[in-house]
Design a protein around this ligand. Structure first.
Ligand SMILES: Nc1ncnc2c1ncn2[C@@H]1O[C@H](COP(=O)(O)OP(=O)(O)OP(=O)(O)O)[C@@H](O)[C@H]1O
Length: 549
């Protein structure tokens, strides 16, 4: 598939047409040809090692230099940050105006903020002056809405006089650069909220990464087909309610290989352990990121994977060695900021490493050369899935993703499919068969269940004994078990139908934390939670009945 891109370059007043093949990452032009200052191009090459722009940069940079509002929808890891930062720096460098204290934020050229904090300052900090604000960049727009910050960003627009459908005195929007304020919106996924926001925040924008076939935007018939590098209709068009967002709304790197592994609850841990060993040792993967639902789960697996020793032979006399031989790191929100920074840097530079993390690493973070993302605990919304897998296959590199699902959770695949995301089943039995047979014949005629695979049984026993012998580890396992169950009950909306708490077998969940027995205290609190949920849902039903009567 190919599509035509129109390059708009105010500086050199040229319009070039280029054919883009699906899956290509880099453009066949130079940064200089996009109208950027030569010194900036030199810095990009010498300091950053960026020889040529990525496709999204080749489209966005001239568009932003042209001073128009811009909407970019591009896959994770395609270089969106540089796409908006470089043209802004280009303008800032060109400015010859001496800045004064009274110029406000113009004293700090670039302000990076979360919506809530920014709104707080806009409302309450009298010394926060922003009359010279020239660019507003909404990066990770989908994330902003997913976090429920939609109201805040709309209020921010109002404060900055930037909402499209309210009357704004023209002078307010003219910055000291002598041209109107420019709004830029970047998102890896599109949904109704992002589209609505685009319509109220962007004036006559250039659209990048949307084409007529896959656009989620609805326009008048005359507007159809005018997407890449072309104008959006001036009038705000209502979004049709029945439009379902699918396929191209979720941009996934085309070279990413996406699989799922079906692991029964009680064997999840040993399957993860085995797959990791296989990927590092047999497939020579260098860096892997595993995502967990809770900080406690990260802590437990970090300690276990870092300490679990294993003998490669049945013989007692053979020395034990670490089961996983790579460097292991962990990252989660309960760690001190400096520890997080150190981990981030260390994992970035390490050649052979495993990072265990919560969703803190699922978005925006850029670790080079991560070959595989394992979602050990499934994500919530499909959008989260897209961002999690986006930590690999960045900038055209190879990448694999593996989603763990219990047999009762496989409806989640349909949910992903509804968004145009298809996964193939991972050849797990082949991986397990590659490990030495233990105790009994490995090649049984038919494997009745994964739990009865000789390697899985052997490894499960070994890990359980290891944890039982280490009181510290046991505590971590119990804590992780409790948090995991709580996190499982927190699935919202439609997902509650797929991740059904009542279907959990707590004894099996305990096994997945290498516990021989389910911690009793957890049983009580969990049962209480289930009872409460039942009571709440009964109340919901009866109050909705009352409303309809
Ligand atoms: N022109 C370029 N040449 C080489 N590397 C580049 C270029 N532009 C960006 N990169 C590198 O590509 C990586 C991905 O870039 P970036 O994080 O901006 O992507 P993104 O599209 O914002 O991803 P996400 O949506 O996941 O945040 C970074 O390591 C960045 O330094």
């Amino acid at each position: 598939m190919s599509s035509s891109i129109e390059y708009i370059n105010e500086g050199v007043k040229t319009t070039a047409k280029k054919m883009v093949k699906e899956g290509e990452i880099f453009a066949s032009c130079t940064f200089a040809s996009l109208g950027l200052d030569p010194t900036l191009c030199d810095q990009l090459r010498d300091k950053m090692g960026f020889e040529v722009p990525t496709l999204v940069q080749a489209q966005a940079i001239p568009a932003i230099l042209s001073r128009r509002h811009v909407l970019v929808n591009a896959a994770t890891g395609t270089g969106k940050t540089v796409a908006y930062l470089v043209p802004i720096i280009h303008h800032l460098q060109k400015s010859t105006r001496r800045t004064q204290r009274a110029d406000g934020t113009f004293g700090i050229s670039i302000l990076v903020a979360t919506p809530g904090r920014l709104l707080d300052h806009l409302k309450n900090t009298s010394s926060f002056l922003y009359s010279n604000l020239h660019w507003i960049v909404f990066d990770e727009a989908d994330r902003i809405f997913e976090l429920g910050c939609g109201k805040e960003v709309e209020e921010i627009l109002d404060h900055l006089g930037s909402r499209r459908n309210i009357h704004v005195k023209k002078d307010n929007a003219i910055s000291s650069f002598g041209f109107p304020q420019q709004n830029l919106l970047f998102s890896a996924t599109l949904n109704e909220k992002v589209i609505h926001f685009a319509k109220i925040s962007l004036e006559n924008p250039i659209m990048i990464g949307l084409d007529a076939g896959d656009s989620a935007l609805e326009f008048q018939p005359s507007e159809r087909g005018r997407f890449l590098g072309q104008d959006i209709n001036d009038e705000v068009q209502p979004i049709r309610k029945e439009k379902s967002f699918s396929i191209a709304d979720y941009k996934i790197p085309t070279q990413l290989v996406q699989s799922y592994v079906q692991a029964p609850c009680g064997s999840r841990l040993t399957v993860l352990f085995s797959v990791l060993k296989y990927l590092f040792e047999r497939e020579s993967f260098e860096k892997i990121l595993v995502l967990f639902s809770t900080c406690d789960a990260v802590d437990f697996h970090y300690s276990l994977f870092g300490e679990f020793k294993f003998s490669s032979s049945e013989s007692e006399s053979r020395p034990e060695h670490l089961f996983l031989k790579c460097k292991i790191f962990r990252l989660h929100g309960s760690m001190k900021p400096e520890d997080r920074r150190t981990t981030f840097q260390a994992f970035k530079t390490e050649k052979l490493a495993l990072l265990l993390s919560t969703d803190i690493a699922a978005r925006g973070l850029d670790f080079p050369k991560v070959r595989c993302i394992i979602q050990y605990d499934p994500p919530g919304e499909a959008i989260e899935y897209v961002h999690r897998v986006g930590r690999t296959a960045r900038l055209g590199e190879r990448g694999d993703s593996l989603l763990f699902l219990q047999p009762t959770e496989t409806d989640y695949l349909q949910d992903l499919q509804n968004h145009g995301v298809s996964l193939t089943e991972y050849p797990l039995v082949k991986v397990l068969d590659s490990f030495p047979a233990r105790g009994r014949k490995q090649f049984v005629e038919k494997l009745v269940s994964l739990e009865s695979h000789s390697w899985i049984m052997f490894l499960q026993r070994a890990v359980e004994s290891f944890v039982a012998a280490e009181p510290g580890m046991m505590k971590l396992a119990q804590k992780a078990f409790c948090s995991w169950v709580r996190a499982y009950t927190a699935h919202r909306g439609e997902l509650k139908r797929i991740f059904v708490v009542k279907k959990l077998h707590l004894g099996h969940v305990a096994k997945s934390f290498a516990l021989k027995q389910q911690p009793s205290v957890v049983g009580k609190s969990f049962k209480k939670q289930v009872k409460k949920r039942k009571r709440d849902s009964r109340q919901d039903v009866s109050s909705s009945k009352k409303r309809t009567l």
